[in-house]
Write a protein that binds this ligand. Sequence first.
Ligand code: HEC
Ligand code: HEC
Ligand code: HEC
Length: 128
Amino acid sequence: MSSSAKVIAGLIIFLCLITFPVWYNVVGGKASYTPELKIISEEKSCVESKEFMRIEHMQLLDDWRNSVVRKNNRTYIAHNGKEHNMSLTDTCLKCHSNKTEFCDQCHNYLEVTPTCWNCHIVPEENKL
Ligand code: HEC
Ligand code: HEC
Ligand code: HEC
């Protein structure tokens, strides 16, 4: 083998290895890659149940905004009776202070791009 052929062969092997997890899942027909969502909050639970949040958080945020902007009511009473300040930055991102690894991770995977951050502040991020 000429030396350039060796380099190319080496590159191909290298690429196969680093992309292994991706094509392994594709070839294996598994539900391929799912984003890993890191919860770094000390709290054990979200504003509402995980199942509810997963499906309804966009609607919940929309309701929060309407409540604050239109009715000047900033207190949300959750199903378990706990009170929360209706705020994207001060509530959601206080617990989920790893926006990039949490919100973005999931949105990127699903190709959703909320434009909220044009106006709303993202606090300095914490990482594990
Ligand atoms: C054009 C700028 C702008 C954009 C874009 C925007 N907002 Fe807001 N939002 C505001 C302003 C201004 C307020 C009023 C702030 C206040 O009274 O505390 C507000 C208030 C809110 C509130 C309640 C107060 C708070 O501290 O969070 C929520 C919740 C909210 N917006 C959610 C969203 C969500 C979710 C999106 C994206 C889908 C979004 N907003 C996009 C400007 C914006
Ligand atoms: C008190 C801390 C806290 C606050 C405030 C909070 N979360 Fe959560 N959130 C959590 C925890 C802890 C979990 C994981 C719950 C579990 O595993 O049962 C979670 C789970 C979630 C999930 C589901 C993730 C998955 O695995 O599917 C979403 C989506 C979410 N939160 C979005 C939000 C949004 C949007 C807000 C603001 C409206 C918010 N959270 C406010 C702590 C919080
Ligand atoms: C488990 C995956 C997942 C996580 C985690 C998640 N989201 Fe979402 N989010 C979605 C999906 C899916 C949609 C699109 C829903 C639709 O289009 O009906 C969405 C939509 C939204 C929207 C509405 C966007 C629009 O333009 O209408 C907002 C706002 C939003 N998410 C905020 C957040 C915030 C803030 C967090 C982190 C605290 C978060 N999301 C975490 C899956 C997730």
